[in-house]
Design a protein around this ligand. Structure first.
Ligand code: AMP
Ligand code: GLY
Length: 428
């Protein structure tokens, strides 16, 4: 089969790596890809959101299956466009992808289907939003409705900060059209976990749990980032909680969407808060997480290409999806200045050494080739990913590999996976 993968980050490098293992794969194209992906696939110079160009490429090359990594093309309707042209494509339709594309829509669906989540209200005008805030207590959670590249959620400690955030989003439009509405919601306390599933619109196959580390510094300090590391499994997600998440979150959402005539296919990512009162949904995403995909796919023993095809064809119930009992850990190496800025053009060395360890993959995110050298080209540069028998061993292996890699100004957290160890994950 000829496959086109859309995207060019660390998540897509991990997806490309896994797709490349499929015995059914004849040729893998990745648009736009990155220098790491170029070792295992042919990179095509088309941006991930250039849907017209992607469609002409897929038609011209007679692509058998297109797999979409990032949320932007999905919310723009890439799946509808490809399907109209008679092409097979893995992912949710534009309407279904609104579960990520609009936080107000997502809340509406959760309320309609009785899915546990933080109490919330949506506003298009600042005056009623400010009145509503005045009756709430700190901390305040304010979310821009649309996609804001991970920056649209503000947790404000004071009423003044919260009011400021509402005015910035609704009146000053700091997030552009993504801020035409805000959602103000109850602050939840607990531990976060990423719970993803493959679905064909009817059958649901959950993945192994994972936990992301969103803050830039050790001990969950400093500003939020796209994710500084992740590990799987997340011991907070007990078998009982997995069952609850399936019954209370995944099943009602997939059944509900199908019942509304908007079947949801592809990957459904539930960002959950495990609170003393049980599971609550923080958000839904319509795609794999980054960097959770790196450890999650490291543990997938089955063929990812088969699973994607089964999702498109509606045969997920007949498809083998098995996971390794090993643990996996991904440590993100970021460039100087991240997350406010990033540093380009610094030479990266040591990746081959790092990959010399058995069980280690170094997935590229923000890298580029410049005069034959590999250099930094973004905030998150690499995701050093290790799989081993226990989470403790996977952590040690990942950090041994990290120690081989060098570039000027590199920053990484030294405590990825520490929470799993505290919860006794080393015995798993
Ligand atoms: P989201 O993009 O909606 O997942 O929000 C980004 C991050 O903000 C989450 O991963 C949480 O750490 C935090 N967050 C979002 N909503 C809430 C909430 N209701 N209570 C507490 N923290 C939240
Ligand atoms: N790691 C969080 C996300 O992909 O949204």
């Amino acid at each position: 089969m000829k496959v086109l993968l859309v995207g060019g980050g660390g998540r897509e490098h991990a997806m490309a790596w896994k797709l490349a293992h499929s015995p059914r794969l004849e040729k893998l194209y990745v648009a736009p890809g990155n220098p790491g992906i170029a070792h295992i696939a042919e990179c095509v110079d088309i941006a991930a959101d250039a849907i017209d160009e992607l469609l002409s490429f897929a038609t011209r090359e007679a692509i058998d299956l297109t797999v979409v990594g990032p949320e932007v093309p999905l919310t723009m309707g890439i799946v509808d466009r490809f399907a109209e042209a008679g092409l097979k494509v893995f992912g949710p339709s534009r309407e279904a992808a609104r579960l990520e594309g609009s936080k107000a829509f997502s809340k509406e669906m959760m309320t309609r289907f009785g899915i546990p989540t933080a109490a919330a209200h949506a506003f298009t005008e600042s005056a009623p939003a400010l009145t509503y805030l005045a009756d709430m207590t700190a901390p305040y959670v304010i979310k821009a409705d649309g996609l804001a590249a991970g920056k649209g959620v503000i947790i404000a400690e004071t009423l003044e900060q919260a009011q400021h955030a509402v005015r910035e989003i609704l009146d000053e439009r700091v997030f552009g059209a993504a801020g035409a509405r805000v959602v103000i919601e109850e602050f939840l306390v607990g531990e976060e976990v990423s719970y993803l599933a493959f679905t064909d619109g009817e059958h649901i196959v959950p993945m192994v749990s994972a936990q992301d580390h969103k803050r830039i510094f050790d001990g969950d300090k400093g500003p939020n980032t796209g994710g500084m590391g992740a590990y799987s499994p997340a011991p907070v997600m007990t078998p009982e909680l997995e069952t609850a998440a399936f019954e209370q979150v995944l099943r009602p959402m997939i059944d509900g969407m199908r019942g509304m005539g908007v079947p949801y296919k592809g990957i459904l990512y539930a960002g959950l808060m495990i609170t003393p009162k049980g599971i609550k949904v923080l958000e839904f995403n319509c795609r794999f997480g980054d960097p959770e995909t790196q450890p999650i796919l490291s543990r997938l023993d089955s063929d990812l290409l088969d699973i994607c095809l089964a999702s498109v064809n509606g045969t997920l119930d007949q498809t083998d999806v098995t996971w390794s009992s090993d643990a996996a850990v991904c440590v993100v190496m970021a460039s100087a200045g991240y997350p406010e800025t990033s540093t380009r053009g610094c030479e990266i060395t040591g990746i081959e050494d790092a990959e010399g360890y058995d069980g280690v993959n170094v997935f590229h995110a923000g890298t580029a080739r410049q005069n034959g050298k590999l250099v930094t080209a973004g905030g998150r540069v690499l995701g050093v990913t290790a799989r081993s028998k226990t989470v403790r061993k996977a952590i040690d292996l990942a950090y041994n590999a990290v120690a081989r890699v060098r570039f000027e100004g590199m920053q990484f957290r030294r405590d990825i996976g520490a929470r799993a160890i505290r919860r006794g994950g080393s015995r798993k």
